[in-house]
Design a protein around this ligand. Structure first.
Ligand SMILES: [Zn+2]
Length: 277
């Protein structure tokens, strides 16, 4: 191996594209004492290879991305090395492959990121729309129930609140599995700090009273007023505004033999307090 030989193949040597016996011969050549610029050429080529490696972004792409790159590279590599033969073509094909890999990977990465962002935006929009639909459904449920109620102040107030922007609704659910045929919604007017029950299926229970509660947490229920259901089971009642700021966790409705004590006897329905936006 002469210095001219070495310099001609220096790119292949730096990129590790030589056959093992060729590589050994070039290694031996480098150990010789005198050169015509071999070491300079090698240093320059290694710096180029290094900067190419460093220009690859440090983020590790997913397995599927590498698989697609490899598939593309398989085709590119065959085309590049198939035509020429000889070392220059081999080196060139390695460089073309590296550059192609970089470009393809960046394109795939951008595409993946774009798809991810679109998917994110989509699911957030769908969640928001689902939430709006759910609130509209609850509001309509309330309007239907209120239409059955006798004309009262509470009924008129709730109908007005339902038309206000910013009104929040929460669906009441059975607190225990044995509670059946009973339901309703809590209507919250956060601006005026008012809340109402619009319930259905409230059968009159002789000797017992339905009672409203607000719960700052599960352990500390605060009584918030009584419910007088109508004969058809519709119940419209307003929560005591003076305790409403304590409705941080739940609203609840109970059935009481003695509504004057400070503990709910049997909680029938509960709703998580709507989060103030
Ligand atoms: Zn040399």
């Amino acid at each position: 191996v002469t210095c001219a030989d070495f310099k001609e193949q220096v790119a292949a040597y730096a990129l590790g594209a030589l056959e093992p016996d060729e590589r050994r011969a070039f290694d031996e050549h480098l150990r010789e004492g005198r050169h015509e610029g071999c070491l300079d050429e090698l240093a320059r080529m290694e710096a180029t290879a290094q900067s190419l490696a460093e220009s690859l972004p440090p983020v590790k792409p997913g397995a599927h991305v590498w698989k697609r790159i490899e598939e593309r590279l398989g085709a590119e590599g065959l085309r590049a090395s198939g035509g020429g033969g000889g070392r220059r073509w081999q080196v060139l094909s390695v460089l073309v492959a590296a550059a192609a890999m970089l470009v393809i990977w960046l394109l795939l990465k951008q595409k993946d990121e774009l798809e991810e962002r679109l998917a994110d935006a989509d699911s957030q929009r769908m969640l928001a729309q689902a939430e709006i639909r759910e609130q509209q459904r609850l509001a309509n449920e309330c309007r239907t129930e209120l239409a059955k109620a006798k004309v009262s102040d509470a009924q008129k107030q709730v109908l007005a609140v339902l038309e206000r922007k910013g009104t929040q609704l929460a669906q009441l659910g059975a607190f225990t599995p044995d509670v059946q045929g009973l339901g309703g919604n809590i209507v919250v007017d956060p601006d005026r700090k008012l809340a109402y029950l619009v319930g259905n299926g409230f059968k009159p229970e002789p000797g017992k009273t339905y009672q409203l509660w607000v719960l700052p947490d599960l352990e500390h229920p605060v009584p918030a007023g009584l419910v007088q259901p109508e004969a058809n089971g519709t119940a419209v009642a307003s929560f005591d505004p003076s305790v409403l700021d304590q409705a941080k966790a739940f609203f609840a409705v109970s059935l009481e033999a003695d509504p004057s004590d400070a503990k709910p006897e049997k909680i029938l329905l509960a709703a998580a307090a709507p989060k103030t936006p």
